[in-house]
Design a binder for this molecule. Sequence first.
Ligand code: ZN
Length: 168
Amino acid sequence: MGHPVLRTRARSLELDEIGTPRIQQLIDDMFETMHDCQGIGLAGPQVHESIRLFVAGLDDEERTMPPVVMINPEITPIGSDVEEDWEGCLSIPDIRGRVLRATDIKVRALDRGGKPISMTADGFPARVIQHETDHLDGVLFFDRMTSFESLTFLEEYSRYWSKNAEDQ
Ligand code: ZN
């Protein structure tokens, strides 16, 4: 947080750039970085690449999202349902806060082969896709919080607010 690239609108990737070794290697590196940092998603600007590309995916006991690569994503909310839940961000280490997001969304994007994909998502994956797409527009999750009252350090989050809090 603080690096100007995180506050810059990233540029779209051209179709003929997507297949280049540079972009394919970047995608592999981003998955590796995301896993090393135990992240759920990672967007280009977070690794100082101001391009509209993110990777995401998670498989733990509570939440599942298959690995995805999304290039030039466009999100449309379905309906007007919103829900508030906890978010964190690899660019804002060890902080959690509650953020209001659309519950159901439709996404159009290109995959790592440059092929158009169109999908709907709800709940947790929809939240991740909205968070990562925000990065491509220079938006951080703080910007989406309706109040800072829930801002929490990770240690206190684990102690008081996470689903496992009472077991610890
Ligand atoms: Zn983030």
